[in-house]
Design a protein around this ligand. Structure first.
Ligand SMILES: [Mg+2]
Length: 350
């Protein structure tokens, strides 16, 4: 997985800018009723009728956000879409359209962009969003991708970061830290490969972790589950930077404090064992690793019965008065101030 395939290389210059976009986007269907006009005019036309529109955008830069020596381009395309859809679900909304823009240097052949677009197309198909526009440019170095997602929701269903109340329960979906540890495994294999290019990595024991890093899935099931449970969170955010910084975002926007319990943080057994192998503290990884794309939200205590025992949800803490500040309660029952370090400060070279 660490070598460049030289099988077929069509130079970008064989297509002009417009030819390239046409070539890459020609197969995209329009499935959403709200897409009035997709690709092919100066702008797309969207009609969300009486629903509110949510818009979110993300920029991914080679060497900063991804490393193509272990990130296959198809996976990169898929992940770039997930990052955006996750933000739409975090508003308790339904994603409907995306636009895709990229800048690329001529070291990439057309086939590489076809790979990238096959991942985008797969994500669009599975998550039922229309690709309705985009732009392309040349870049002097590397690949830059920007995706914008549009979604819709009833006004009364939209959940902001700012609605948490004192005594609300803090809840997270899924488990945390796996994507970051997947990245650590891939980085280690890359270093091994540099020294010995004949080595073939055995990633089998790390399948779950590597998959969480290379092929994350946004939690599209959660807004529907809320509806089925007749539950509206009081605040919500998705976990892209890490549990710690996202919890702080909810507290600051809602003007509350928090007590977050270390022993409650959901960890997959694979994360616990690989943390031992790398001699890393699994709580630190869950708090600061990021890229989990799970949802973190708060609910009123009176809604406890709606979430208890549900395998999708783990209650990890509760909101407190703002002047009580934000704390992690350790297994040893110590109170530590919650700080946001994010993945940038995790020893990753920028
Ligand atoms: Mg977000």
């Amino acid at each position: 997985m660490f070598q460049n395939s030289e099988e077929s290389r069509t130079s970008l210059s064989e297509y002009g800018e417009f030819g390239l976009i046409d070539h890459l986007t020609s197969g995209f269907p329009i499935n959403r009723e709200s897409t009035v006009k997709g690709i092919g005019d100066d702008a797309a036309v969207i009609d969300h009728k009486d629903l509110q529109t949510v818009v979110t955008t993300d920029l991914l830069v080679e060497g900063v956000h991804f490393d193509l020596s272990y990130m296959p381009l198809k996976h990169l395309g898929y992940k770039a879409v997930m990052v955006n859809l996750s933000d739409v679900y975090a508003m308790n909304a339904t994603p409907e359209q995306i636009t895709v823009s990229f800048a690329v240097s001529n070291r990439f052949p057309v086939e590489a962009l076809e790979e990238l677009y096959s991942g985008i197309a797969l994500a669009a198909k599975i998550y039922n969003v229309d690709v309705v526009g985009g732009d392309t440019s040349s870049s002097t170095s590397g690949l830059i991708i920007s995706i914008t997602a549009l979604g819709s929701a009833k006004k009364e269903d939209i959940v902001y970061r700012s609605g948490a109340k004192v005594n609300d329960l803090l809840v997270v979906t899924g488990d945390l830290g796996a994507a970051y540890m997947g990245l650590q495994v891939l980085e280690r294999e890359k270093q091994v490969f540099k020294v010995n290019p004949q080595s073939q990595p055995d990633l089998e024991p790390y399948t779950y972790l590597v998959e969480r890093q290379l092929k994350p899935e946004a939690r599209r099931d959660i807004p529907g589950l809320f509806k089925a449970l007749d539950l509206k969170p009081t605040s919500m955010i998705d976990i892209s930077d890490g549990l710690s910084s996202e919890t702080i975002h909810l507290c600051k926007n809602s003007k509350t404090g928090v007590n977050l319990y270390e022993e409650k943080i959901p960890l997959d057994p694979a994360v616990i064992s690989v943390c031992e192998e790398f001699q890393l503290d699994s709580t630190t990884i869950a708090l600061n690793g990021g890229e989990d794309y799970e949802l973190l939200f708060t609910v009123a205590q009176s809604d406890f019965d709606k979430i208890k025992g549900n395998p999708n949800f783990t209650i990890i803490g509760h909101m407190t008065e703002e002047n009580e500040r934000m704390h992690l309660i350790t297994r040893a029952n110590q109170k530590i101030e919650l700080i946001a370090r994010g993945w940038n400060a995790m020893g990753k070279e920028d």
